[in-house]
Design a protein. Structure first.
Length: 136
């Protein structure tokens, strides 16, 4: 499938963050499935396109135009694995202030549904690693 996304002029760049659980789910999908991923955010009528290092959200009416792009995920800046992951959010449309607050919530929900539908369940025989803290 070929899809051409048109990027308008950059209106703003702003630092944002994703909860660690959302970022882990995103990375798991990227590692286990063929890219790009097309994830619908049904309540917003927005399609998210996920690639290795970015997420592009298409405009709900202008389906070929980028609304917002999340990129430059800063995983190395965290103190622990439960800390939020910082990234840059680039806006391409002036009317997208409302999206900045709704996108993270709806994206997390859509990732969960997408993962349930596209990832095989982990079987009980799958080996796991348990790390126990060293007690002094």
């Amino acid at each position: 499938m070929e899809l051409t996304v048109e990027f308008g002029p950059v209106l703003s760049n702003a630092p944002r963050s994703l909860p660690a659980s959302t970022y882990r789910c995103l990375r798991l999908l990227i590692q286990r499935l063929s890219l790009p991923l097309f994830i619908p955010l049904r309540p917003l009528q927005i399609l998210a396109i996920v690639d290795h290092h970015e997420v592009i959200f298409l405009h709900p009416q202008e389906k070929r135009h980028a609304l917002i792009r999340w990129h430059d995920f800063q995983t190395q800046c965290r103190d622990n694995l439960e800390a939020p992951v910082a990234f840059m959010s680039t806006r391409y449309y002036p009317d997208d202030d409302q999206w900045e607050f709704r996108l993270p919530v709806e994206f997390d929900h859509a990732l969960s549904i997408f993962g349930q539908n596209h990832l095989p369940p982990i079987s009980p025989s799958t080996p796991s690693l348990l790390i126990h803290p060293h007690k002094d």
